[in-house]
Design a protein around this ligand. Structure first.
Ligand SMILES: [Ca+2]
Ligand SMILES: [Ca+2]
Length: 357
């Protein structure tokens, strides 16, 4: 078992490493379309499932001492108004995109050894072909409490896991049109956005939207801690990663709109699935704005995570059904997750935005 886990860990590493060549200073497409242009396009209903987020300024970053080091310094950010999807992109929405374009997601593609070995040390041995089959990361329970620093204990690199088969062969999304689409890489999300004429939110837009108009709040619903009162989001209730108390009624993914929306009418902005943002991740990016207002920032020019310095990463926000207070607290407004843009997993999805002016 240890040997198998080791192989899986190596393969996860290899897949993550595969994004090395993706990083450069070229900005991905940030659509310049505005709502009035979209409405005169083929489909006047494009904004029907979106809400208008008003312009404003806010303090970005942790509002107390409980944040991770990359959530500081708190700084003032100006945001123009924009439209945002009320919900995470659903299986039904993503299916429409795939049906029209024939798009194949990252998780559905065989791992190209000739490509990924370019970013690896010379003489790295080629893994067995069976380990290069299309695969994606799925959660697995552990038998008891574990060291929460060792992510490999609750992740499994599952062959055949993808958006249509979230847990691998034998699983399906039949009857789950209103569930968030998962196993979506940043590259997949970007492709969807380009098809839809929309774009991913910037990290600043996402945090501003998550706060729902409440100043200085820790969570999208205010400051009440998550385990008090009614369930507030689909997170992990109980002891992660071996005991789920199901207090919020959902063991894993939940359909969208099962929890009360935040002040802007956004559902599941906290929890359910992590949501990709446009920005590259840098641990020290906020320092740029320590003494000046950040005007609609779009993230740094390149990525740097001191914990994995050679692996460029994009930002994810909001936490997932796997987050709880003892572990990542990803459902806090200011918590920053970072993942390489061609990684996919059972708890990664996205929502889109559109410029309002
Ligand atoms: Ca749950
Ligand atoms: Ca979410």
């Amino acid at each position: 078992m240890r040997f198998i886990n080791c192989l899986l860990s190596i393969l996860v590493f290899l897949v993550l490493f595969n994004c090395t060549d993706n990083q450069n200073n070229k900005k991905p497409n940030m659509t310049t379309k505005v709502v009035s242009e979209i409405i005169t396009d083929k489909d006047s209903l494009l904004v029907k499932d979106m809400v208008l987020i008003p312009s404003g300024t806010f303090e970005m970053g942790s509002v107390n001492q409980e944040g991770f080091y990359d959530e500081y310094p708190k700084h003032v950010v100006k945001i123009n108004s924009f439209w945002m999807d009320k919900t995470e992109v659903t299986n039904a929405q993503f299916k429409k995109f795939v049906d029209e374009t024939g798009y194949v997601t990252t998780a559905e593609k065989k791992i190209d050894w000739d490509e990924i070995k370019k970013g690896l040390p010379k003489n790295t041995p080629k893994p067995n072909d069976s380990l290069l089959e299309p695969s994606s990361l799925v959660f697995k329970y552990t038998e008891s409490s574990v060291n929460l620093q060792d992510h490999t204990q609750w992740w499994k690199f599952q062959k055949g896991a993808n958006w249509k088969n979230p847990w691998g062969p034998g699983s399906s999304i039949e009857g789950k049109d209103n569930y968030p689409v998962v196993h979506i890489s940043w590259n997949d999300a970007q492709a969807y956005c380009e098809w839809a004429g929309k774009r991913l939110p910037t990290e600043a837009e996402w945090e501003y939207a998550s706060r729902g108009g409440i100043n200085h709040s820790v969570y999208s619903w205010g400051n009440q801690i998550i385990n008090t009162g009614l369930p507030k989001a689909n997170t992990w209730d109980g002891e992660f990663p071996y005991k789920n108390s199901l207090k919020d009624n959902f063991e894993f993914l939940a359909p969208v709109k099962k929890f009360i929306p935040n002040g802007y009418g956004l559902y599941d902005i906290a929890g359910n699935v992590w949501e990709w943002c446009y920005d590259w991740y840098r641990h020290d990016y906020y320092k740029e704005f320590e003494n000046n207002i950040a005007d609609n920032p779009i993230g740094p020019q390149n990525s740097f995570d001191p914990n994995e310095p050679y692996l460029p990463k994009k930002v994810m926000r909001g936490g997932s059904f796997l987050c709880n207070d003892s572990y990542c607290s990803g459902f806090r407004n200011s918590m920053r997750m970072k993942t390489s843009p061609d990684t996919s997993s059972i708890h990664a999805g996205f929502r889109t935005v559109l410029d309002a002016s």
